[in-house]
Ligand binder design. Structure first.
Ligand code: SAH
Length: 398
């Protein structure tokens, strides 16, 4: 017996057993860190961490948590591998390695998506498809990605293959759709590079329309395979509501939505602004954003494919007037080029949405050091329960 359990406290072995009873691959998968922590305690921990990193820049309001935190992920990914004695397995990479940990079910993921992944794996076995081997480059099946429309229930399945031909394609599609009639579209994505990136360049629609639609903030959005879409739909609405509250739009403003993805923020606030301008690097996402404006009959929104920093610099050079800037960069944060242009454009308010408080702190340090912009307040929103990730929305003004 471990020493600690004598005094009634849980031993490390007991703790591990309890964790494994909640998730059989806890500690191996690395996808979440807080499986066995009560949700309230998770929120408290994130609040503290956000305060630690950010309070020197302004007030951190209480974190917005979820009511039902399990199975929030609308996008689920699995990697395939061949393992001796088990055949083809599907799961996730072990943390900091390329070893595949087989996963049967997951506390974070949409359950239907998880079931579809199991079916793809079992069908792959019966169709005798080979899993792609990262070391040799041989084999076909690399990854599967499933996206579920939170409101619409539309489902996209992306089969990521090492080469473009799926043997018995028609039969495979029929069998998969027979098992899961909820699937609305299936794509093949070809990734023949020796890379840890999931998706390759080329894609081919083999069933349905090639994208899904979902609803968010009362609007409808087309989402392509390669476009970014927030993985936690419930919390995205809470996040955008807070961002819109911070923006205090009156209907007249010129608004920039930088790092706009498929245009969700821009289109959610377009009705409260004079004009919205979205900028995004990913071509497919920009194409989706343009379509999304049309689907929602929004006529005061324009979208541009460009690097956000370069685009904003061009706007500053042209002397354009902007009242409010939303910025929602990837984890690496924004750039000095972007922030310098922001300072030159001098918008009334800046709403910075960040999925990585460390790069947010870095950018706030730069921005507040170089200009009279100050943080008015910040609100963490728990977009990723059971994981250590923290999302923060931050209001700055001069
Ligand atoms: N605001 C959107 C997307 C946020 S994710 C939403 O809430 O859904 C960040 C986005 O920034 C991604 O779509 C990514 O493709 C885009 N991106 C990454 N680097 C960029 C850059 N240098 N310039 C413009 N967009 C970029």
């Amino acid at each position: 017996m471990d020493k600690k359990s004598v005094d009634g406290r849980e031993s490390s072995k007991e703790r591990r057993e309890r964790q494994r009873s909640l998730c059989p691959v806890f500690g191996k998968c690395g996808g979440c860190q807080f499986v066995d922590m009560p949700y309230k305690a998770q929120l408290k921990k994130k609040q503290k961490q956000a305060e630690l990193l950010l309070k020197e820049y302004g007030k951190v309001r209480p974190i917005i948590g979820m009511e039902e935190p399990a199975h929030y992920r609308n996008k689920v990914h699995a990697v395939f591998a061949f393992q001796k004695g088990r055949g083809i397995v599907s799961g996730t990479y072990q943390e900091k390695s390329h070893r595949v940990v087989p996963v049967e079910s997951c506390l974070l993921e949409n359950q239907k998506a998880g079931e579809i992944i199991q079916s793809v794996r079992e069908l792959a076995k019966s169709f005798k498809l080979k899993a792609y081997d990262e070391d040799s480059g041989y084999g076909l099946l690399r990854h599967v990605l499933v996206r579920v429309g939170h409101i619409t229930g539309e489902i996209m399945v992306v089969l990521v293959l090492g080469s473009p031909i799926l043997p018995s394609k028609k039969h495979f599609i029929n069998e998969l759709c027979k098992l899961h009639p909820e699937i609305t579209t299936i794509l093949i994505n070809v990734n023949n590079k020796r890379t840890s990136m999931v998706l390759g360049e080329k894609e081919q629609v083999i069933y349905g329309k090639g994208y899904i639609e979902d609803e968010l903030c009362g609007r409808r959005f087309k989402i392509s395979a390669k476009s970014f879409y927030q993985v936690n739909s419930v919390q995205t609405e809470a996040l955008y509501a807070k961002a819109a509250e911070y923006a205090r739009l009156t209907g007249k403003e010129t608004v920039v939505d930088a790092y706009c993805g498929i245009g969700t923020i821009a289109l959610a606030v377009a009705g409260q602004a004079g004009k919205v301008i979205g900028v995004e690097l990913n071509k497919d996402a920009v194409r989706d954003a343009v379509t999304n404006a049309r689907i929602n009959q929004i006529r005061n929104a324009d979208f541009y494919q460009n690097d956000a920093g370069r685009f904003l610099t061009q706007m500053a050079d042209a002397g354009e007037k902007v009242d409010v800037v939303f910025m929602d960069p990837p984890r690496s944060g924004s750039t000095e080029e972007f922030l310098d242009a922001l300072i030159r454009i001098r918008p009334e308010r800046v709403v910075y949405i960040s999925c990585e408080p460390e790069t947010l702190a870095r950018d706030l340090k730069y921005l507040t050091g170089k200009s009279s912009y100050r943080v008015q307040e910040m609100t963490p929103v728990d977009m990723f329960p059971f994981t250590g990730n923290i999302e923060v929305v931050c209001l700055l003004s001069k």
